[in-house]
Design a protein around this ligand. Structure first.
Ligand code: ADP
Ligand code: ZN
Length: 213
């Protein structure tokens, strides 16, 4: 399957993407994970992206398109891909359209995960992430078995730098301003699937139905 997952920070894009990879071997591509990895490794990309991310701002479109242009050509994308956190702006969506046309690939759909703002805020302040493998936990609803330690890889489970209250509120504003308009963009393309996203399991079943799986 080839899907875009749209939705505010904390809407559950990463969780849903991980569940979908288990259905047909499609790969999850999270630009946020790629960027956090680059920051951690201290690469040139990481150095360029770090300040934007920490402030809750978007990384410039050119950097993101550079990453995605390469990433979508990799062999593990052949069974399909779940784009998690990309595209995030209209220029990225336009550039993706050209990129997919060049690669001769079509999307199955664009999933728009709708979640009320109070649920989002609660999820983001209680969310914890493994810095090694990107696994997502929640201190209230899904804590790791050992506090601060990833069940899957043993890596450190921490609150992200951009999950302070200030950066969260900034990310939600940026989302409303820059990313929410993508719903209209894909609606016009006839590709938008609007889904109420309070439960990831229900979301995955709805997507499977739409794909005829
Ligand atoms: P979330 O969806 O929880 O906000 P992500 O992990 O997707 O978080 O992204 C974290 C940060 O990485 C964003 O706040 C932004 O700075 C940067 N980022 C990720 N994807 C993109 C993108 N497609 N375009 C621009 N910046 C991005
Ligand atoms: Zn881990």
């Amino acid at each position: 399957m080839r899907l875009i997952l749209l939705g505010a920070p904390g809407a559950g894009k990463g969780t849903v993407a991980k569940m979908l990879t288990e259905i047909d071997g499609s790969v999850q591509i999270s630009t946020g994970d790629i960027l956090r990895g680059a920051v951690k490794d201290g690469t040139e990309l990481g150095k360029q992206a770090e300040a934007f991310m920490k402030a809750g701002d978007l990384v410039p479109d050119e950097l993101i398109m550079g990453i995605m242009g390469e990433r979508l050509k990799e062999k593990d994308c052949e069974p399909g891909f779940l784009l998690d956190g990309f595209p995030r702006t209209i220029p990225q969506a336009e550039a993706l359209k050209t990129l997919l046309a060049d690669l001769g690939l079509a999307l199955d759909g664009v999933v728009n995960l709708n979640v009320p703002r109070d649920v989002i805020l609660d999820r983001l302040t209680t969310r914890r992430t493994c810095t090694d493998c990107g696994a997502i936990y929640n201190v209230k609803s899904n804590p790791p078995k050992e506090e601060g330690q990833c069940d899957k890889c043993g890596g450190p489970v921490v609150q992200r730098d951009d999950e302070t209250e200030e950066a969260i509120s900034k990310r939600l504003d940026v989302y409303n301003e820059k990313t929410a308009p993508l719903a209209g963009f894909y609606q016009n393309e006839g590709m938008l699937w609007d889904i109420e996203a309070t439960s990831s399991g229900v979301v995955v079943n709805t997507i499977k139905e739409k794909l005829g799986l």
